[in-house]
Design a protein around this ligand. Structure first.
Ligand code: UDP
Length: 237
C-alpha cells in the first residue's frame, strides 16, 4: 500500500498511496527537543503515539464533533490519513503554566490559569517557531479569518473534551499543541498527533510528569512514562 516516502520529519515519516488524497503516517521512536539540538530514542514511542492519537481522534470525532484527518489504523505504528495542506501554525492551548510560558511570564510551573490560554506559533524551524498573533497570521496570509475562527473554536472544544477525559484517568492536562490541515475538498480537519510528545501530562495526585519533559529535562524512565500514559488512556471506558 505504501508507495514512496514523501517526507521525513523528526518523529514521523509520510508515504504516498495509490489514492492521491490519502497518505500513510509512520510513527518513529526517534525523539528530538530544543529544535533538534537534543536527539535520542524512546523505545516503543512510535507505537504509543500512533495508538493514543488514533484513540483520541476517534473519540473527538464521535463525541465532540471535531473533524480529523484519521481514516484507519493500519498497524501499531502506521495509520492511513487524509492528505492535507497543513496550516503552518502550532496551535497551543494551556490550562496551567509550564515550559516556555513559565519563563516568559516569570511564574512558577504549576500555576493555574484563570481560563485557558490560546497561542499560535509560526511553523518554521529555521526561525525557531516564533510566537505570532492573529494580525501576523492574517497579514502574512497563512490562513483566512474564517479558518482562523474555526481553528480557535475547535481548539477550545478539544481542550474541554480532553481536560475532562484525562481528569477521569487521574491526569492533569497542563498544555498541548495541535496542528490543523485543509483536505482536497477544502475541509478544515485536526491533523498531526495528540500524544506525550505534544502534550504535558501530570499525574493529578503526585504531579509526576508523564510526557516528553522527562526526555527534554533528563528526568529518567521516559519509556515508563509513555507506557503509563497509554495504559491509562486505554483503561478509560
Ligand atoms: N509543543 C510541541 N511541539 C513544539 C512546541 C511545543 O508539541 O514544537 C507542545 C509541548 O509539548 C507543550 C506545549 O506544546 O505541551 C507548550 O509548549 P511550550 O511552548 O511550553 O514549549 P516548550 O517548553 O515545550 O519548548
Amino acid at each position: 500500500m505504501k508507495k514512496e516516502q514523501m517526507y521525513e520529519g523528526k518523529a514521523k515519516k509520510i508515504f504516498s498511496t495509490e489514492n492521491e488524497n490519502e497518505c500513510i503516517v509512520s510513527y518513529k521512536d526517534d525523539a528530538t527537543a530544543f529544535n533538534g539540538l537534543k536527539k535520542g530514542t524512546i523505545r516503543g514511542k512510535g507505537e504509543i503515539n500512533n495508538r493514543m492519537t488514533n484513540y483520541l481522534m476517534t473519540k473527538l470525532e464521535k463525541e465532540a464533533g471535531i473533524p480529523t484527518h484519521l481514516i484507519k489504523e493500519l498497524s501499531n505504528t502506521d495509520t492511513l490519513v487524509k492528505k492535507v495542506h497543513i496550516v503552518p501554525l502550532e496551535v497551543i492551548v494551556r490550562n496551567v503554566i509550564a515550559g516556555s510560558l513559565s519563563k516568559r511570564l516569570g511564574a512558577p510551573e504549576g500555576t493555574e490559569l484563570k481560563c485557558p490560554v490560546l497561542e499560535f506559533c509560526y511553523k518554521d524551524d529555521e526561525l525557531g517557531d516564533p510566537m505570532v498573533n492573529d494580525y501576523h497570521i492574517l497579514a502574512m496570509g497563512w490562513t483566512d479569518k474564517k479558518t482562523l475562527d474555526q481553528i480557535k473554536d475547535y481548539a477550545f472544544r478539544i481542550n474541554d473534551y480532553l481536560v475532562k477525559f484525562f481528569k477521569e484517568i487521574g491526569i492533569d492536562l497542563i498544555d498541548f499543541k495541535l496542528e490543523f490541515g485543509i483536505t482536497a475538498d477544502g475541509t478544515l480537519v485536526l491533523a498531526d498527533e495528540i500524544s506525550p510528545d505534544t502534550c504535558r501530562f501530570w499525574d493529578s495526585k503526585t504531579k509526576e510528569k508523564l510526557d516528553k519533559d522527562r526526555f527534554r529535562r533528563d528526568l529518567g524512565d521516559v519509556e515508563g512514562a509513555y507506557q503509563e500514559m497509554i495504559k491509562r488512556v486505554f483503561s478509560h471506558e
